[in-house]
Design a protein around this ligand. Structure first.
Ligand code: MN
Length: 357
């Protein structure tokens, strides 16, 4: 993979930042990327944090803490948001903003002194398996630790493929990264389960601890740590309960639709688990969280490209995040959920051929 110059430039700019703030996605890829960045710039880091778990936008960002840290550079990792969020951050913080991401979002036309590295948003046809892999390429450090972190991010993002035993170019890339090292894909799959347990329980202390373990030790430390182990066990209970409570609303030859009402951020886990049973059709999960009176619609297809549907839905004003094969809609009220569900059904039909006949 040849990186575009707007990505490569970051390697030249980063060493000149003296007060680096890191804002990263809460999942394994975001955490592995943050750990990688911390490993290179550890003595210049003034802030590390994630946005509000489950939310994408300016209101999910802890501005007071970021401003108190007074960074001269803010690095945003794996957090796919709309361009206006970066503009807003720039206006508030007045520092250099560096974005590394592989989500399918509208690209940001970064002003001078800022850097936007997202080949997917720029329409790159080659799939970028993770932000950790992008960052690994940017930093150009080939130490085993960096290769393992790059592979960990890939494995985290591709768990549905690994669990459904489907081939994926990204998994081959992860295997190449691990060649000659004593770590296997299956082991990283286990680690990602521990790491993702943190966000499933909305536990930021756990995320910070995982990052510290990844920076200081090897990946296996995460699975040995008593605190992370306890979080993992609790998350497992919540997930088992979620799978027990989920109800199937509909299934035909092209789509399976499920509904879950539960106060935990298990949307992607339950969606991924259900999707691995329906690898040949769309899986739709409607997840309503009564405690915050918000919901999510999760859509995955292993076969179909969802980018057209994502753009179409976004143009109706809905908050939609996603990649080629997955999208998640954020909903603020039951009315919005009903409206969105109609649009989802319509957009899936319009954008693919599986509904024909
Ligand atoms: Mn990612």
């Amino acid at each position: 993979m040849d990186l575009p110059s707007e990505c490569l430039e970051i390697a030249h700019v980063l060493p000149h930042a003296h007060r680096v703030a890191v804002l990263h996605h809460w999942d394994t890829d975001g955490i592995a990327s943050a750990a990688m960045l911390l490993s290179t710039a550890w003595n210049r880091i003034v802030y590390v944090g994630t946005p509000s778990i489950g939310f994408y936008g300016s209101d999910a960002i802890d501005f007071p803490s970021l401003m108190r840290a007074s960074p001269d550079a803010l690095v945003i990792l794996d957090y796919g948001v709309e361009p206006h969020v970066y503009d807003y951050l720039l206006e508030k913080l007045r520092c250099r903003i560096i974005v590394v991401d592989h989500h399918l979002v509208a690209p940001w036309n970064a002003p001078r002194e800022c850097h936007y590295c997202n080949p997917v948003a720029r329409g790159c046809v080659e799939e970028i398996p993770s932000t950790s892999y992008l960052l690994y390429k940017i930093l150009g450090v080939q130490e085993p630790r960096f290769r393992i972190l790059a592979a960990l991010g890939i494995v985290g993002d591709l768990t549905p493929y690994i669990d459904a035993r489907l081939g994926h170019r990204g998994i081959e890339i992860a295997e190449e990264l691990l060649r000659g090292l004593d770590v296997a894909i299956g082991e990283l799959r286990e680690v990602s389960e521990y790491v993702d347990s943190c966000y499933r329980l909305y536990n930021r202390t756990c995320i910070a601890r995982v990052i510290r373990l990844l920076v200081e030790g090897d990946v296996r430390q995460v699975m040995r740590d008593p605190y992370i182990r306890r979080v993992r066990i609790r998350a497992q209970r919540v997930l088992t309960e979620a799978l027990r409570r989920v109800v199937q609303l509909q299934e035909n030859e092209c789509v399976a639709v499920y509904k879950l009402v539960m106060d935990a951020y298990v949307t992607s886990y339950v969606g991924r688990t259900l999707a691995s049973k329906h690898w040949d059709k769309y899986t739709v999960l409607i997840h309503w969280i009564p405690r915050i009176s918000r919901g999510f619609i999760y859509v995955r297809s292993f076969r179909e490209d969802l980018s057209g549907a994502i753009e179409g839905l976004r143009s109706t004003g809905l908050r939609v995040g996603g990649k080629l094969n997955v999208m998640v809609l954020e909903l603020g009220s039951p009315e919005e959920l009903n409206k969105a569900m109609k649009l989802v059904e319509k957009s899936i039909c319009v954008n693919t051929s599986v509904f024909r006949g």
